[in-house]
Design a protein around this ligand. Structure first.
Ligand SMILES: CC(C)(COP(=O)(O)OP(=O)(O)OC[C@H]1O[C@@H](n2cnc3c(N)ncnc32)[C@H](O)[C@@H]1OP(=O)(O)O)[C@@H](O)C(=O)NCCC(=O)NCCS
Length: 181
């Protein structure tokens, strides 16, 4: 079972169906904050929706196509980080969100490092991608802090409630990760 210590009291754990209620509660409490950048939040209206998401991610894990983790601080879930994998081309995309109470402490940057180590060193992926809306400065700062290289901007790529978002794509290659480690 995937589990990765991140920092004092912070750990990544594979999401399982019995986490649905706790995870949904964090999403629901922080709906306003999260839905600005993540359109799926509008479709997450009950713990049953969260359960379906977790079950789907476990199915993808069984097919080696992805991994969805909760981020725990002590015994409380405070966010999530996931990896979707293109097996044939050996690349993956990292996505994440955090409860605003836990922002500003480096939790997500460190969680991404754990996921990067797993992706490059265990799964032997060749390329990792992070995509963020152009105006999502906190998310872009994570990619930049981690040494990802900006590749370009996909214009009007995502419909978020009432507007299209332009997405910046960042990538890091296995050879660049090796040089950093
Ligand atoms: C994107 C998101 C996860 C960023 O959260 P965050 O707290 O800014 O990111 P981190 O946890 O990496 O913390 C970085 C902050 O901690 C500080 N920090 C403290 N110790 C640190 C450490 N050891 N390492 C890195 N940063 C550290 C950094 O200086 C930075 O602070 P600043 O923003 O005041 O400059 C969060 O804003 C969020 O969930 N947003 C809504 C959902 C979303 O946008 N998801 C991404 C879609 S692409």
């Amino acid at each position: 079972m995937f589990s990765c210590p991140v920092d004092q009291g912070v750990v990544l754990k594979l999401l399982q169906p019995h986490h649905s209620e706790a995870l949904f509660a964090v999403i629901d409490q922080n709906r306003q904050h999260l839905q600005t950048w993540m359109p799926w939040v509008d479709n997450s209206q009950s713990s049953e929706d969260t359960r379906k998401f977790i079950e789907l991610s476990l199915q993808l894990l069984a097919e080696a196509k992805g991994l969805a983790c909760g981020i725990w601080f002590d015994d409380t879930v405070i966010g999530s980080i996931g990896l979707t994998i293109d097996k044939m081309n050996r690349w993956g995309e990292i996505g994440y969100w955090l409860s605003p109470n836990h922002q500003g402490k480096g939790v997500m940057t460190k969680s991404c490092r754990c996921m990067m180590a797993y992706a490059f060193e265990e799964l032997k992926l060749n390329r990792l991608v992070i995509q963020a809306a152009v105006e999502n400065h906190r998310s872009r700062a994570i990619a930049e802090r981690l040494g990802f290289v900006q590749e370009g901007i996909a214009r009007q790529s995502v419909w978020a409630r009432d507007r299209y978002l332009d997405l910046v794509t960042y990538s890091l290659l296995a050879e660049e990760w090796k040089q950093m480690s």
